[in-house]
Ligand binder design. Structure first.
Ligand SMILES: NC(=O)c1ccc[n+]([C@@H]2O[C@H](COP(=O)([O-])OP(=O)(O)OC[C@H]3O[C@@H](n4cnc5c(N)ncnc54)[C@H](OP(=O)(O)O)[C@@H]3O)[C@@H](O)[C@H]2O)c1
Length: 284
């Protein structure tokens, strides 16, 4: 039986992975107290103790705005720790599965980004995640990196849960309508990861993984409100605003769309349209 070391068990994707990875082997799911990505010695010690066949790294420093002022911590967790895991994986002959982000791109392209497009992150979080990808490649381990975007789910801190809460509290929701991406359910990412790992020859390298279709944060909110109307006694007013009207510490790419053709072609995995997945998520 395969031994699968899972980090970030309490995160959005990590929480779902505990279930989807279970049929593939023995899952040793660790949280921050058992596996601190800010501590390279602790990482080495934990990996050597578990001796996994596969490491699935769902942990990350994901506070995009805070990363602007905690650059060293973000770089340690997102940029350096994946490289340490890669070195340990290589020594054991294990495979490393890792998640990266659309924020490695600057968003200036007019169509979806492919795996061949040159990264050019515009914020500290994006730079730290790009460094993580590079460190994994440099480690020489067998690896699978999924770049994902706009994750939401039933568990953890995310846009869907925030909007459901604010819709019941506020008279008006003012939401950005000039950033574009594909809202992607954490469960779909976890299912796709397990499907890929369950293949007789699991894929290796870099793959974009996102829902089909795209929308803006405003369009996503419109869909959330429409699908959850029955839960409220009154409706908030939804107003579209521009990114410049909602200043945040970290700049965001305007275009976060990821082209997922490589995953469809090589691994026969395609996620459903973001709106259909949102309906499934809210139904559950
Ligand atoms: N969320 C998005 O929209 C998005 C978009 C693109 C890419 N991604 C990437 O997708 C992956 C999964 O994201 P997610 O949304 O599931 O993240 P998440 O919900 O924020 O979960 C991240 C997990 O990492 C853990 N963590 C943070 N710092 C740690 C440390 N120093 N040591 C050990 N664990 C630590 C957190 O632990 P605690 O529970 O203790 O805080 C949490 O469980 C990440 O690689 C992320 O960069 C996310």
């Amino acid at each position: 039986m395969k031994r699968i070391l899972l980090t970030g068990r309490n995160g959005q994707v990590g929480w779902e992975l505990q279930r989807t990875l279970a049929p593939l082997g023995e899952v040793i799911a660790l949280d921050r107290t058992q596996f601190d990505l800010a501590d390279p010695d602790a990482i080495r010690k934990a990996v050597r103790a578990v001796r996994p066949d596969v490491i699935v790294n769902a942990a990350a420093y994901t506070a995009v705005d805070q990363a602007e002022s905690e650059t060293d911590l973000a770089m340690g967790v997102n940029g350096q720790a994946p490289g340490v895991m890669g070195e340990e994986a290589r020594a054991l002959g294990a495979q490393l599965v890792h998640y990266s982000t659309d924020y490695v791109f600057d968003g200036s392209k007019d169509s979806p980004y492919t795996e061949e497009d040159a990264p050019a992150p515009v914020n500290a979080y994006g730079r730290s995640k790009l460094a993580g990808e590079q460190a994994i490649r440099a480690s020489g381990c067998r690896h699978l990196i999924f770049r994902v975007n706009w994750i939401y789910g039933l568990h953890g801190k995310n846009f869907l849960r925030t909007m459901l809460r604010l819709a019941g509290e506020r008279e008006e929701l003012r939401i950005v309508n000039d950033q574009f991406g594909a809202p992607t359910w954490s469960r779909m990412i976890a299912e796709a990861t397990a499907l890929a790992l369950g293949r007789p020859r699991p894929p290796e390298g870099l793959y974009h993984l996102a829902s089909a279709g795209h929308t803006s944060w405003h369009g996503f909110t419109e869909a959330i409100l429409a699908l959850s109307r029955h839960l409220r006694t009154r409706e908030p007013l939804l107003t579209a605003i521009a990114t410049r009207d909602y200043p945040l510490p970290a700049p965001r790419p305007r275009n976060s769309r990821l082209a997922c053709d490589r995953l469809a072609r090589d691994v026969s995995i395609e996620l459903p349209d973001w709106n259909d997945a949102l309906r499934l998520c809210l139904d559950s």
